[in-house]
Write a protein of this length. Structure first.
Length: 64
């Protein structure tokens, strides 16, 4: 499975959803995105964060 297939089959979260899951504010989520700590893509200009990355980060691991 290549990266595009992975993204096509993955579940995504919005920035506010990721913030709720992580227990942080939206500003912190943007900082995590900028630092590469969370994997994301853009869909029609909207940031879509890989749910798997959010769960991994929340559980103590880091996933870029």
């Amino acid at each position: 499975m290549n990266r595009r297939d992975h993204y096509n089959n993955a579940e995504f979260m919005s920035v506010p959803e990721a913030a709720r899951h992580l227990g942080v504010g939206r500003k912190m989520v943007y900082q995590l995105l900028d630092s590469g700590a969370l994997a994301f893509t853009r869909e029609r200009g909207a940031i879509r964060i890989l749910a798997e990355a959010v769960h991994s980060f929340r559980d103590g691991g880091r996933m870029a």
